[in-house]
Design a protein around this ligand. Structure first.
Ligand code: ADP
Length: 545
């Protein structure tokens, strides 16, 4: 067995079912070795897309089931943005980069020579070079476990050509280092139970970190037994359904300003939650996170718990039960719910007015309404862009865990189509729809060829508003007669790209054409692209998480 085969066997034994890659030296033989073991190899058009696909695959499966294998030099640097996306979203990722082996290390100028391990050190949980074939299993196994252990994140390994081509003499393996997750102590649990029972205006914030331990049952028990309204982060949508009676996303600003107690689970209080600046100054803040450094110190009354969400909830629920009912503040809680309902209803009315607009050109909000009427309840939607993402976030609901992707914690435009492909490969039975603005679409549009070639039937909807500056007054940015730096050519027929690849392709101008076109796209069974011309003048509106 050589290093290529050993690497494939190791990935397989760890539970990797998919590899996203763009073939080249020195990994050309690694990919068939994976494929021979039943690992599905998806060949992409750009390495950044390979990483995004693996990230979405892992988020949908809830484990590290997809890895990325890259060739050398520029192929490795092309993956850097994807690795940053993994880091900034706290998502598990294993990237194996081929490294050219110099025959004479003292002689510079070897083709595609790059020290990837040093380059990725600041962006990863661990970046290292596998220095011998004997160590290959140990490094890959350690990297795999590290990516998933504690706060999930990216791991990068340089795998030199000679390590892949050699055969091992002795395979070295050591057990993965144990990771200690602290448990909350009894006094802290008692204190939290007391605060939650006595709170008059309690609230819960849910983020996408919930994904990794799936404490849905425990969350429901907590929220429903103690009638605690909740809001979510953008990708926390659907972890509990949007139509849950206690979901208060429609009144999120009011909730954050008025709550007297806020329990934060699986979210960081970063820009997404405006660094908690909306919270009342005397709020009781309870923050649970597996990573100590993420615990917010925004309020003097904070209770900060480094712990695993599911474990913490499992320990908290019996303590809450012992504390009995919250009969003392029932009236205040009912008032709190009524106020949230009232504020939410106002917002929803405003949103529906926008979504019902029948003007021409079509507003992006109206496009989202047409998509909403069409989508099955368990569909996975990916929103990519600026105005388009904002309109989609507001109008489209999520009902199931892992049914929503956005451009993520660092707003990386262009992830939409790759996320869609990764998600569809991971959940082939669910409809996957990518809704992108025309700028975001352009970043990875060639990956539609990947979808056609591998028969991955995603539906890509382009909200085509002639460029990324829709709704802005160009005169404020440029002098008269300027070259068009931010506004694209008008009415580009993007669907023709999909047509060229052999997928299903259509365009639409009118709201009443959208649903029939989506139906034909779904029935075609092929990857599809629907190019919808929307109003470039629709202003950027509110942002509903
Ligand atoms: P969002 O963007 O949805 O607000 P973030 O990515 O900001 O979510 O935050 C997710 C947080 O969840 C991270 O700080 C991460 O450490 C935390 N996390 C991930 N898995 C767990 C877990 N099993 N238990 C506790 N915290 C977790």
């Amino acid at each position: 067995m050589n290093g290529h085969q050993l690497l494939a066997h190791t990935l397989k034994s760890l539970g990797v079912t998919h590899v996203f890659s763009l073939s080249g030296s020195p990994i050309k033989e690694t990919l068939p070795a994976c494929s021979q073991l039943g690992i599905r190899v998806i060949g992409v058009r750009h390495q950044q897309a390979a990483v995004s696909m693996a990230l979405a695959h892992n988020f949908v499966s809830g484990r590290l089931t997809a890895a990325v294998i890259l060739s050398a030099g520029p192929a490795v640097t092309n993956a850097a943005t994807g690795i940053l996306v993994a880091k900034d979203n706290c998502w598990p990722l294993l990237v194996l980069g081929g490294k050219t082996s110099s025959t004479n290390p003292a002689r510079p100028g070897t083709f595609q020579m790059l020290d990837g391990a040093t380059l990725f050190h600041p962006l990863t949980k661990w970046a290292a070079e596998v220095n011998s074939t004997d160590k290959l299993v140990e490094y890959v196994t350690r990297g795999y476990h590290l990516a998933m252990t504690g706060q999930p994140g990216p791991v990068y390994l340089d795998v030199p050509a000679r390590v892949l081509n050699d055969s091992p003499t002795v395979i070295e393996i050591s057990d993965p280092e144990p990771f200690f997750i602290p448990k909350p102590d009894c006094t802290t649990l008692e204190k939290i139970a007391e605060i939650l029972i006595q709170a008059q205006r309690p609230a819960i914030i849910l983020g996408k970190g919930i994904r990794w331990s799936e404490p849905y049952k425990e969350l429901r028990t907590l929220i429903e037994t103690y009638r605690i309204p909740f809001i979510t982060s953008p990708m926390g949508r659907g972890l509990l359904p949007d139509d849950h009676p206690l979901c208060s996303n429609a009144a999120r600003d009011f909730l954050q300003q008025q709550a007297d107690t806020i329990l934060v689970l699986g979210a960081r209080l970063n820009w997404t939650f405006r660094f908690a600046t909306q919270f009342a100054h005397d709020v009781n803040l309870i923050h649970v996170d597996i990573a100590k450094e993420e615990l917010s110190r925004h309020r003097p009354n904070s209770i900060l718990i480094q712990g695993e969400i599911r474990q913490v909830l499992q320990e908290l629920l019996p303590v809450l039960r012992q504390h009995g009912t919250m009969s003392g503040c029932l009236r205040e809680r009912e008032e709190w719910h009524a106020r949230l309902q009232e504020m939410g209803a106002k917002y929803l009315q405003h949103r529906e007015d926008l979504a019902n607009c029948s003007g021409s050109p079509m507003s992006p909000y109206r496009l989202m309404k047409e998509i909403r009427e069409f989508l099955p309840r368990d569909s996975i939607c990916i929103f990519d862009g600026r105005n388009t993402m904002a309109a989609a976030q507001e109008v489209l609901p999520s009902y199931e865990p892992v049914s929503r992707f956005t451009a993520g914690s660092n707003g990386c435009m262009g992830v939409g189509i790759p996320f869609g492909i990764g998600a569809k490969v991971s959940a082939p039975h669910r409809m996957v729809m990518v809704i992108c603005g025309d700028m975001a679409f352009g970043v990875c549009a060639m990956e539609m060829e990947t979808a056609v070639r591998h028969n991955i039937p995603i539906i890509v909807v382009v909200a085509n508003n002639d460029g990324p500056c829709a709704g802005q007054d160009f005169r404020t940015c440029y002098s008269p007669g300027h070259e068009s730096a931010t506004k694209y050519l008008a009415r580009i027929p993007y669907e023709k790209i999909m047509e060229a690849f052999g997928g299903h392709a259509e365009s639409a101008d009118r709201p009443e054409h959208v649903q029939p076109a989506l139906k034909r796209a779904a029935e075609s069974g092929k990857p599809a692209c629907l190019n919808v011309y929307v109003d470039p003048q629709t202003p950027f509106h509110n942002y509903l998480g």
